[in-house]
Design a protein around this ligand. Sequence first.
Ligand SMILES: CC(C)(COP(=O)(O)OP(=O)(O)OC[C@H]1O[C@@H](n2cnc3c(N)ncnc32)[C@H](O)[C@@H]1OP(=O)(O)O)[C@@H](O)C(=O)NCCC(=O)NCCS
Length: 123
Amino acid sequence: MAGAAVPRHPARGVARQQPPDHRGGGRTWWCTRSGSAPGAERVVGFVTAVSDGVLAAYLPLLEVLPEFQGQGIGSELVRRMLDLLGGLYMVDVVTDPDVVPFYERFGMVPGTALMLRRRDLLR
Ligand SMILES: CC(C)(COP(=O)(O)OP(=O)(O)OC[C@H]1O[C@@H](n2cnc3c(N)ncnc32)[C@H](O)[C@@H]1OP(=O)(O)O)[C@@H](O)C(=O)NCCC(=O)NCCS
């Protein structure tokens, strides 16, 4: 993955990385790392997006390690991702009901989703 510039969030030590083709076609991803020495850093949370680069994007994954939750990392990741996707008409998320209030904080509204999960491919 491309990772030339890794800006650090001044307050929370959140770093981000994004590939040059982040607006469409491929994947968009951010990761956060803690620690001061480059070799000691580890990913503590990430968010991903896929987009057609024109109208629509979908956020398949948002995860923050349990011991780092409640520190604003998830919110910062979503904010940065929505900023990145700001020119797109629609950004969709499918999530569990208990996480709906988290996403509502960013102006998202509940809707109806249909899903296909090929769990056999994960074995
Ligand atoms: C959901 C998740 C990403 C939130 O990350 P986080 O770093 O803990 O969130 P933040 O610290 O930015 O929380 C911001 C606010 O949202 C609230 N919040 C966090 N998780 C929430 C949830 N599941 N439901 C409702 N509110 C939630 C926090 O209480 C906090 O509120 P406050 O500002 O009033 O204190 C994290 O809990 C997680 O990784 N959960 C497991 C995986 C998951 O459910 N991912 C989403 C699937 S798409």
